[in-house]
Design a protein around this ligand. Structure first.
Ligand code: ATP
Length: 442
């Protein structure tokens, strides 16, 4: 098994990620996030949001709708050739193929050997219709990127918040792309979430801000424990850039399937605001009171997929320890898995484990401890299997603190607290647990 397969298996086994509609054979390129997955996803989003809105000056948030007037997508260029893939279609089985998938077989369908059409552009926007009549006027699209909701609210935000340039707008939300070849588990999917920040600046300072945001974003990953050697940037040449980008740097992560983009930093110039002004007839330029200049601000965008960073965090923190961490004879032939996620991202902060499950006093006490800690930390109660096995199960999902309730607990109200990283075990009074765990996880 390679690392991707191991991660997929861990995700399914431990409730991080499931295939969507699995009992109906799934749906291509769509995934559900299980009980641990939703915690990890929420933690990634929380850390990003706090970083982008609270730790920087002049960045505010927005939550715009997924559905927008279809004119938005005309203006943004997404309905034209800029957001399309060139494909050939098989005349008999109707499967579509990207040109690079057909390198040596341009004439015949790789699946059924049928005849292929000439290459045509297929748009990646997902279509839907609004209201009871499915005529052309009712057609709209599921957004392909979240940022358009920010641009079309530019005036609303400016006027309601009395902002001065430079300022930023952060948003987290779902985006949809009819990817032709979704691949690599949750790396490229058809439904995903983006965390985007749009920084509105004077054109003259756009280059400086670009550098600033690029560095800030790289540091975000490093600060969350991603190894330096697994991260790099790629300057994207003009012919490969998105249709709106004046400059584009991809932050790439070394996935098990190769170096791939996790985040894009784009200088979108005045493409968006000037086009929306043209298409809507509303003036989205900015008037600077001091310099008396009127201009379309340039936009520096930072855009990352929640699922892609989720996968990068999992790959980076996954460790296999041959012979086991505890080096007990029983474990000598085993491989133990340790997920060394940053404490802020960890889905379950504390596990509560009665030493044995057939002693009602221990179980009762353990449940009391669980109820006591649950309002403050994500907790898991587990009484199945030997204590060593339960520690291993917690290591596999990155749990920071494992608390064992044993016979001594009944005498002196102390428990054993095991630290994920050091495996050190200390005795802690139940009344001090909240404080001690807070020290570990915050
Ligand atoms: P790619 O070329 O890898 O499809 P892109 O260059 O089209 O990505 P952008 O439009 O710059 O991507 O989107 C910004 C970010 O959104 C990407 O860096 C990625 O993290 C995320 N993203 C884009 N498309 C997908 C997808 N199909 N599935 C999951 N995440 C995606």
């Amino acid at each position: 098994m390679d690392l991707t397969e191991k991660i997929i298996s861990l995700c399914k086994r431990r409730g991080f990620v499931f295939q969507s509609s699995e009992i109906y054979s799934g749906l291509g390129g769509i995934y559900d996030f299980g009980p641990l997955g939703v915690e990890l996803k929420n933690n990634i989003k929380k850390v990003w949001w706090e970083e982008m809105t609270r730790k920087h000056e002049n960045i505010i948030g927005l939550d715009s709708a997924i559905l927008m007037n279809s004119k938005v997508w005309e203006a943004s260029g997404h309905l034209s050739a800029g957001f399309a893939e060139e494909l050939k279609e098989c005349k008999s089985c109707h499967k579509r193929f990207k040109l690079d998938e057909l390198q040596n077989q341009t004439l015949k369908c790789p699946e059924c050997k049928g005849e292929l059409t000439k290459a045509r552009k297929f748009n990646l926007m997902m279509k839907t219709s609004i209201g009871p009549v499915e005529d052309k006027a009712a057609i709209t699209y599921l957004r392909a990127e979240t940022c358009q909701g920010i641009y079309v609210n530019f005036l609303n935000i400016l006027n309601s918040m009395r902002l001065k340039i430079p300022f930023g707008v952060a948003q987290i939300g779902k985006a949809f792309r009819n990817e032709i070849t979704p691949k690599n588990f949750i790396f490229k999917t058809r439904e995903f979430e983006q965390m985007e920040m749009q920084w509105f600046t004077e054109p003259e300072t756009a280059d400086e801000w670009f550098e600033y945001w690029k560095n800030e974003r790289i540091n975000w990953y490093l600060n969350l424990g991603i190894k330096k050697e697994n991260l790099k940037t790629k300057e994207v040449p003009e012919k490969e850039r998105a249709h709106y980008a004046k400059r584009q740097v991809d932050i790439e992560y070394k996935f098990p399937f190769g170096w791939q983009e996790i985040e894009g930093i784009h200088n979108r110039g005045d493409w968006d605001l000037s086009n929306h002004s043209k298409f809507s007839g509303q003036d989205l330029s900015y008037y600077d009171d001091e310099s008396k200049n009127k201009y379309f601000p340039y936009i520096i965008e930072t855009s990352v997929g929640v699922e892609r960073s989720f996968l990068a965090f999992l790959c980076d923190s996954y460790q296999e320890i041959k012979g086991g961490r505890t080096k007990t004879t029983k474990a000598a032939k085993d491989v133990e898995i340790l997920l060394k996620l940053d404490k802020r991202l960890v889905p379950i902060k504390a596990a509560i484990l009665p030493l044995v499950r057939n002693k009602p006093e221990l179980v009762k006490k353990a449940k009391e401890v669980y109820q006591m800690l649950k309002p403050y930390f994500t907790c898991q109660y587990d009484e199945l299997g030997s204590i060593g096995r339960r520690y291993r199960r917690q290591d596999e999902i990155a749990t920071i603190a494992s608390i064992t309730i044993d016979f001594q607990t009944l005498d002196d109200s102390t428990v054993t607290l095991r630290n994920r990283d050091t495996m050190e075990q200390i005795r802690v009074e139940i009344s001090k647990l909240k404080e001690v765990i807070s020290g570990y996880v915050f």
